[in-house]
Design a protein around this ligand. Sequence first.
Ligand SMILES: Cc1cc2nc3c(=O)[nH]c(=O)nc-3n(C[C@H](O)[C@H](O)[C@H](O)COP(=O)(O)O)c2cc1C
Length: 215
Amino acid sequence: MKPFLLCVIAILIITSCASETTPSTEGMEPIKLNSPDLTRGKLLMQALKERKSTRSFSSKELNLDILSNILWAAHGINRPDGRRTSPTAVNWQEIEIYLAMEKGLYVYKPQEHLLAPVMAKDIREFTGVQDFTKDAPLNLIYVADFSKMETKRDDQLFYSATDTAFISQNVYLFCASEGLATVILGWVEKNKLARIMNLKKHQKVILTQPVGFPR
Ligand SMILES: Cc1cc2nc3c(=O)[nH]c(=O)nc-3n(C[C@H](O)[C@H](O)[C@H](O)COP(=O)(O)O)c2cc1C
């Protein structure tokens, strides 16, 4: 093959790889979250009584106040040493919460209490196999960062699942307290979703959780 042709092929391969690894965040800005409102919500026992899975969502948007409080309740920082509202094995803090919304994909940054843009694309339909995932205005995607867990693979899988469950239950309770709809989802094409999200090898989708107003 001619050197010129080889060069053209090489350039095409490099540009196509680069576009795969750097998803566009054009038009997206970081979303600064409000401080948690520690006075809001029902009594814990009442929220426990009302906790349930709901699979029917209105497309009505969640406002910034609700988003801010959900994320803090889920896995926000609640102590000066950086520990969280939900426990994590060995305090690895390996679970990252991604947010799939109509305006794009974001990731929760608890230290700054903000949402950082990841991808200017609505990927809600890929966050679960059931139809309602595309209706919910917010889909939380729990992603484990195995590079933070110095242990064997079996333990990485086990503890990232348990740690996700604690976060999810906080979201369930917040939703019960606010009259919001939610359901935790394991029925997810996780590898496909990870590819769409452009996750790295050491990141794994554990579960997803749509949230919205009940329909
Ligand atoms: C790990 C896990 C995975 C789940 N995956 C799904 C799912 O993919 N789709 C779904 O509709 N519900 C899913 N659920 C919700 C359960 O079906 C639900 O919790 C159960 O039916 C009990 O209902 P309740 O949550 O209202 O008490 C899951 C629950 C757990 C704990």
